[in-house]
Design a protein around this ligand. Structure first.
Ligand code: HEC
Ligand code: HEC
Ligand code: HEC
Ligand code: HEC
Length: 122
């Protein structure tokens, strides 16, 4: 019985490790936010730390709708993506679906800037 439990536990740990690993591979970054006081919101702090990024976001369609930094970067503690993927965009922008397998682009952000949402050449 005991052996069974240990075996099961090991399998679970391996499975978990695999999940975490494949998540990490996807973005291939050691995704960790620098140490910060997370009792403050992303915006409050980044308004001071990275004012250009804050202002671009605040003036964008996302900022105006109050769709915050977490939408792309995660909550900073449990999940953090330095270079966000764009796989959840379609939940709101269904009209914009792109079949990236048929495109030379991999990502919505190849064309749209993450914060202003304008095109890279603008
Ligand atoms: C109390 C301050 C503070 C808070 C709160 C905070 N940050 Fe930061 N953040 C920083 C600092 C400082 C840096 C490092 C800036 C630098 O010098 O490049 C940083 C860096 C970043 C980076 C770039 C990381 C990199 O490796 O290039 C991202 C993205 C980011 N923060 C997003 C967030 C998000 C999303 C939240 C909320 C979930 C958040 N931050 C909350 C202070 C904060
Ligand atoms: C719609 C998705 C999206 C949202 C919302 C978003 N970001 Fe980003 N952010 C990105 C992308 C994409 C990058 C990577 C840009 C690049 O590498 O060109 C990025 C990069 C960053 C960086 C690193 C910049 C650098 O030059 O290294 C910081 C800091 C950052 N974001 C902060 C924020 C903060 C603060 C908010 C909220 C006020 C926010 N982001 C909201 C998509 C987003
Ligand atoms: C929670 C819903 C939601 C999600 C998720 C979302 N967006 Fe948006 N987005 C909006 C809204 C609302 C606007 C402002 C209204 C509009 O322009 O359609 C907007 C505006 C935009 C615009 C500007 C359109 C314009 O005409 O100026 C771009 C580009 C954009 N989003 C890209 C993205 C990308 C890329 C992602 C994925 C990282 C994303 N959005 C995720 C809701 C969302
Ligand atoms: C190859 C470049 C490219 C890629 C990749 C791309 N877009 Fe766009 N996107 C554009 C261009 C160009 C426009 C402007 C079209 C126009 O104004 O008629 C646009 C417009 C938009 C708009 C505004 C649509 C409107 O009706 O005003 C949204 C929202 C948007 N894109 C979201 C996305 C999302 C989400 C992704 C990823 C799934 C994505 N885009 C991928 C180039 C791109």
């Amino acid at each position: 019985m005991k052996i069974k439990i240990i075996f099961f536990g090991t399998v679970m740990l391996l499975a978990l490790g695999f999940l975490i690993q494949s998540r990490a591979d996807k973005s291939s970054q050691p995704e960790k936010h620098p140490d910060a006081d997370f009792t403050m919101s992303c915006r409050e702090c980044h308004k001071e730390i990275t004012p250009d990024i804050y202002n671009e976001w605040a003036g964008s369609g996302h900022g105006k709708m109050n769709f915050g930094c977490y939408m792309c970067h995660g909550d900073g503690v449990e999940e953090f993506y330095v270079k966000p993927a764009s796989d959840n965009c379609i939940s709101c922008h269904s009209g914009q679906e792109v079949d990236f397998s048929k495109s030379k682009f991999d990502n919505c952000f190849d064309c749209h800037q993450g914060h202003s949402l304008t095109f890279h050449n603008e």
